[in-house]
Design a protein. Structure first.
Length: 389
């Protein structure tokens, strides 16, 4: 049977036949394509046309690499959503927030060789680049030092700086994490990539010393590569700025222009509420359907997130996380990734997040087709379990 070029799950003369058995559900990456239909509906208000002569210079007219008007829009959006305090804070841009992870680690590390290298830590399950980047750059002023729990009662040695990555909501399990380490020599980098009403209730504006956000998980434009950091301390801001200046001389002007157009549209459509309503509705629907299916299973479970009051929607709302953090409950299923793969479900193994391989992350933020295929496979797997009993 001919397989459709566009999607191996469909075949037949007009790609209208669902090839259930040969099709593999791809739930691997965190590509936020679920927002594509929203932008199709708002194609005109979000379109950009850049003339050949426009913004050719390295710099903006004020001599900086940062668009002042984009920065203002970002502050306005945070105030509107109520998810972060930006008044009196510095903002810098990076090529995706992934670049700002290391910029922040650099800026919070000691900048004298007389101090020992900072210990960089994160709490499993955590987003792998915290470790992989820190190890890859192999710097003299910081080292990756494993799981945060190893250092919980052990930070009083004043000579060493600790840099704790805190992801809230967490990738992969959606929890609103808080820093575990405390003390005068402890610094935290709060990664708030998913702290938008799409994926979580917003209990209060975040107000930490170093906070990272990204357009990838806000508008879904992961390919534009724009992240930003909101920073309290001027010296930390200067060191992060230097990192960006030295490495890339600022984020591309086209990216900043596109982001401005997108944020403008976000703030205008439906009095700045439409994208959040769409995103929450989509993610909530996916979560409810997945949860209902998995609730029939004894072999697989998924993380529990309690309903919570959201200051943006002004009501208690149910969970709508970006990822399902699935656990294979049977002791013998210690390679949960392979268990799901055998059922044609491709996820990301727990060990990628420095967690147990009884866990697998399934992405829920891809296209509707990807989600429907995933749910179909899971439904089949759970039904087989029932039949076997
Ligand atoms: N932090 C977290 C927790 C993420 O999941 C991601 C992307 N998956 C990033 C940061 C990086 O996002 P980007 O570089 O696209 O801004």
């Amino acid at each position: 049977q001919p397989v459709c070029e566009c999607n191996p799950c469909y075949g037949g003369p007009r790609c209208s036949e669902f090839l259930r058995d040969s099709c593999v559900a791809n739930a691997v990456s965190g590509d936020p394509i679920f927002l594509e239909p929203y932008w199709m509906k708002h194609a005109a208000s979000s379109a950009v046309l850049v003339s050949g002569w426009h913004r050719m210079s390295y710099i903006y007219t004020d001599g900086s690499y940062i668009s002042e008007v984009l920065e203002k829009h970002i502050r306005k959006l945070h105030a509107h959503v109520g998810n972060a305090v930006t008044d009196g804070r510095y903002i810098i841009f990076g090529a995706g927030s992934i670049q700002l992870l290391n910029a922040a680690v650099h800026a919070l590390s000691p900048n004298t060789s007389s101090e020992p290298p900072a210990k960089v830590v994160a709490s499993a399950p955590y987003y792998a680049p915290y470790r992989t980047q820190t190890e890859f750059f192999n710097a003299v002023d910081y080292k990756f030092a494993g799981d945060t729990s190893l250092w919980k009662n052990n930070t009083s040695d004043n000579a060493t700086t600790f840099i704790e990555f805190v992801t809230s909501p967490n990738n992969p399990d959606g929890k609103l994490n808080k820093a575990i380490l405390h003390g005068p020599n402890v610094k935290a980098i709060y990664d708030h990539a998913y702290y938008w009403p799409h994926f979580t209730a917003i209990p209060a504006p975040a107000d930490e010393d170093v906070m990272l956000f990204t357009i990838s998980k806000l508008t879904g434009h992961a390919g534009s590569r724009l992240g930003w950091a909101v920073i309290k301390d001027e010296a930390v801001y200067q060191r992060m700025l230097e990192y960006i200046d030295v490495s890339i001389m600022g984020v591309p002007r086209e990216t900043q222009l596109r982001a401005l157009k997108l944020l403008n549209s976000v703030l205008e459509e439906g009095e700045g509420r439409e994208i959040f309503k769409f995103a929450y509705k989509t993610m909530r629907n996916r979560w409810e359907r997945l949860n209902n299916t998995l609730s029939l299973s004894k072999r697989f479970s998924v993380q529990k997130i309690a309903p919570q009051f959201c200051s943006f929607f002004q009501k208690v709302r149910g969970p709508s996380p970006a990822y399902a953090w699935v656990k294979c409950e049977r002791q013998e299923d210690k390679d949960c990734y392979s268990v799901l793969k055998a059922a044609n479900i491709d996820g990301r193994a727990g060990s990628v997040f420095s967690a147990d391989d009884h866990y697998v992350r399934l992405s829920l933020i891809k296209s509707q087709d990807d989600f429907e295929i995933l749910l179909d496979k899971i439904t089949k797997l759970v039904a087989e379990e029932k039949g076997a009993r």
